[in-house]
Design a protein around this ligand. Structure first.
Ligand code: 8OZ
Length: 371
């Protein structure tokens, strides 16, 4: 029986344990460049088997919040290189999360102040986070998007390819994770609430999943399948994501993902950061069936679970074989040495919400290590 402290192979990566640090947006990268603070923050957490960076925009158009990092531009990639070098020096592994927000953005963050893009011109009932010139942060309603033209899609897929290649070849990442969760662009295509297209990217499940598989193909060809993971959130209502019938949609996605030889599938169970039992469409989502759809189709990637896991639930997930790794978010924000705290039964620091988004060192790198 494996324990959460045992090493594990995830695609091409050999990990020291089965703890993943979940991707966590921190809004501390002005000019889309991670800083010296980011180097310290990630390096402090390098005892996790795998660090997944905060969501990182593949292009300027893919940015939806103030001061989030990017994977476009030489300076941004060089800044990430300082992070990955330090994490590797500390014995850790780090993958970056590839992000295009689609409609979850604001005109003021878009190239030329234009409208954010989306599968359909449907405004999300959601908020984004802006930082004004004097440094004060505030939440603002997301802007009205425009519908992407069919002929624009290959350009976005090409951005995923370019960003993935740069991430592994220039920025020094061990791999990349496609952010297909939480109501951002890929998820906007998947779900009928945000996708009203009438071309081959809308309507049937196969059509709504078409963009996802084009992205997967591009990213795999850039980084190699053994260095690619994908994050999905079958029922989350985050960012106004909605679909009346998520089970057949996500079972289809899981079964078709099997063919790509990905390193891992990362699943947010329930409402992101909230109720694990959250439902869409009036019936509970069957995660075992979703996983079986992947395995039965020959999918060999590691299965990572996330959302509200404490030590007991995480150990149960690993020891029962329900999951291969567990991703922890808030627990890793507050406990850089989470692995040791679990191993030795040490008490945990409590995460401070007020410092999650924006600001500086406080709440980022000053959570104490256990004595
Ligand atoms: C919290 C705040 C801003 C962005 C996600 C990237 O939900 C995010 C995010 C979370 O995946």
């Amino acid at each position: 029986m494996a324990t959460i402290f045992d090493p594990v192979t995830v695609g091409d990566l050999s990990l020291q344990n089965r703890f993943a640090m979940a991707p966590l947006t921190r809004n501390r990268s002005p000019g889309a460049k991670p800083t010296e603070l980011s180097v310290t923050y990630y390096t402090q957490r390098a005892t996790a088997g795998m660090l997944i960076t905060e969501a990182t925009a593949i292009s300027h158009q893919g940015q939806g919040y103030a001061d989030v990092p990017g994977l476009y531009g030489a300076e941004q990639l060089a800044a990430w290189r300082t992070v990955t070098d330090a994490v590797h020096e500390a014995g850790g592994k780090i993958v970056t999360q590839l992000w295009h927000v689609g409609r979850i953005s604001h005109d003021s963050l878009q190239p030329g102040g234009g409208k954010p893009v989306a599968p359909s011109a449907l405004r999300a009932k959601s908020k984004t986070y802006l930082i004004s010139a004097d440094g004060t942060g505030s939440f603002a309603e997301t802007s009205e998007p425009r519908a992407l033209k069919r002929e624009e899609l290959p350009g976005i897929v090409a951005d995923y390819h370019r960003a993935s290649k740069a991430a592994v070849e220039e920025a020094g990442f061990d791999g990349v994770e496609i952010h297909a969760a939480n109501g951002y662009l890929v998820d906007q295509f998947l779900r009928s609430g945000s996708n009203h297209r009438t071309d081959e990217y809308g309507g049937s499940i196969e059509n709504r999943a078409r963009f996802l598989f084009e992205v997967v193909e591009a990213v795999v060809s850039a980084a190699g399948a053994g260095r690619v993971g994908i994050r999905l959130s079958p029922v989350t209502p985050a960012n106004d994501a909605s679909d009346p019938d998520p089970q057949p949609l996500f079972d289809y996605v899981a079964s078709k993902l099997a063919a790509y030889g990905l390193a891992y599938i990362h699943v947010i169970e329930g409402a992101t950061g909230g109720d694990r039992e959250f439902q869409q469409g009036g019936k509970p989502f069957d995660y075992a069936q979703f996983k079986a759809a992947y395995r039965d189709a020959g999918g060999k990637g590691a299965w990572i679970v996330n959302n509200g896991y404490d030590q007991k639930l995480a150990e149960e997930a690993i020891e029962s074989g329900r999951a291969d790794l567990v991703a922890f978010g808030k627990l890793f924000i507050a406990n850089p040495d989470l692995v040791r705290r679990f191993e030795e039964g040490l008490p945990l620091n409590a995460p401070q919400k007020e410092t999650f988004y924006g600001g500086g060192a406080k709440g980022l790198i000053d959570y104490p290590f256990a004595a």
